[in-house]
Design a protein around this ligand. Structure first.
Ligand SMILES: *Cc1c(COP(=O)(O)O)cnc(C)c1O
Length: 376
């Protein structure tokens, strides 16, 4: 086997930050205060400023961030149980779990095959009198069609919620994700573009009432200790994660720039008719959480790369409407989504990839034979 190129190596990503991370963790530990303290407050202020919104609320993880937004809208009377939320059929399952978990009905729509993101015409066709919100996932790091969705949701009186778990720092029309709709949910799972050293997440919004309600709901439904206002849950950003995130946030833009450079190299260097590359019409609007290509014979392609030391991923192998968790969706048919789930492959992508590694990956992709070779 030739050299090994990892899909994503967190040790390499953290290496230039090792001492700063150690100092931050030590400070948090020696403070002796681990939940809802100065580190969390500081990171919330920094992240709100970064996203360009009034409020950021640290929560336990990305799934909770999305679910708490919906729970808060229900608590505020903007939605009631069984109302519909339009979501992409092609997404990570957490998007749909969040809607179902809040007691709302997820209505799945096909993606735009060229962008992997929501297709605004399909969204419009799915609107019914019970629709209350559209949840737009900036999938693989690429902003969804926010201009169309803003227009559409405004016209129909719907909330526009961003699932920004894969798109920290992406810029659409001069504004960062987190500020592109009514509210946004972020994940800081370790391998996301902005990652903690455990589970963590945040909600961002300009809506003060919503922010207040999310904060209460994530703290047992309490504003003041032992005074329980709403049937909440426990989902908070802890001080160690917040301290780590404050070290990593200032590097997010340069790490995203590195990802863009890797993507640009792949797009320029990969020349193989068997491998369909993603396009890049608006470079700032993509932070390349993943670099996803499409190939007809995925297993053979992955084996070809694995044999040459290149690790790949599949995001995702089973569409949500075929998952055991959603029997109510099993009867539905989403041909574009199902096709994507059959042929997508993610190439190595990380801010730690070297020029040499990226060139090696592109070379091995180019060597992938267009047709199965017989004779051996
Ligand atoms: C990671 C992710 C989530 C969930 O975030 P967690 O922190 O893992 O709970 C939600 N939506 C999308 C699109 C994701 O990629």
């Amino acid at each position: 086997m030739q050299r090994a190129v990892p899909f994503y190596d967190l040790r390499q990503v953290h290496q230039p930050l090792a001492s700063a991370l150690e100092v931050a963790v030590t400070e948090a530990v020696t403070s002796g205060w681990f939940i809802r303290g100065q580190f969390g407050e500081r990171f919330e202020a920094e992240f709100a400023r970064y996203c360009g919104v009034r409020h950021a609320i640290g929560v336990g993880n990305g799934l909770d961030a999305l679910a708490l937004i919906l729970d808060a809208y229900v608590a505020l009377g903007a939605m009631k149980k069984t109302d519909e939320v339009i979501v992409p059929a092609h997404t990570f399952v957490a998007t749909i779990l969040a809607v179902a978990g809040a007691g709302l009905t997820p209505v799945l729509v096909e993606p735009d095959e060229a962008t992997f993101n929501l297709d605004s015409a399909a969204v419009e066709r799915a609107i019914t009198p019970r629709t209350r919100a559209v949840m737009c996932v900036h999938l693989y790091g690429r902003c969804g069609p926010m201009a169309e969705l803003r227009h559409l949701t405004h016209r129909h009186g719907l909330k526009l919620i961003e699932d920004a778990a894969q798109a920290h720092g992406a810029v659409f029309d001069g504004r960062r994700t987190g500020s592109l709709g009514d509210a946004a949910g972020f994940s800081f799972y370790p391998t996301k573009n902005l990652g903690a050293i455990g589970d963590a997440g945040a909600v961002t919004t300009d809506d003060t009432e919503l922010a207040d309600t999310v904060r209460i709901l994530g703290n047992y439904g309490s504003r003041l200790k032992y005074e329980n206002l709403l049937p909440g849950r426990n989902s908070r950003l802890d001080e160690i994660q917040a301290a780590v995130l404050s070290v990593k946030l200032p590097r997010l833009d340069s790490e995203n720039a590195h990802r863009r450079a890797v993507a640009a190299f792949y797009r320029a260097a990969i020349r193989n008719p068997a491998v369909h590359l993603p396009d890049d019409p608006d470079p700032l609007a993509n932070v390349w959480h993943l670099f996803v290509v499409r190939v007809a014979d995925r297993d053979r392609f992955r084996r070809h790369l694995a044999d040459r030391g290149v690790e790949t991923g599949v995001h995702y192998p089973i569409p949500p409407h075929r998952q055991g968790a959603f029997p109510a969706l099993h009867g539905l048919s989403f041909p574009i989504t199902e096709q994507l789930h059959r042929d997508v492959v993610s190439l190595p992508m990380s801010p730690a990839l070297t020029d040499e590694e990226v060139a090696y990956v592109a070379e091995q992709v180019n060597r992938y034979p267009n047709q199965p070779q017989g004779g051996f």
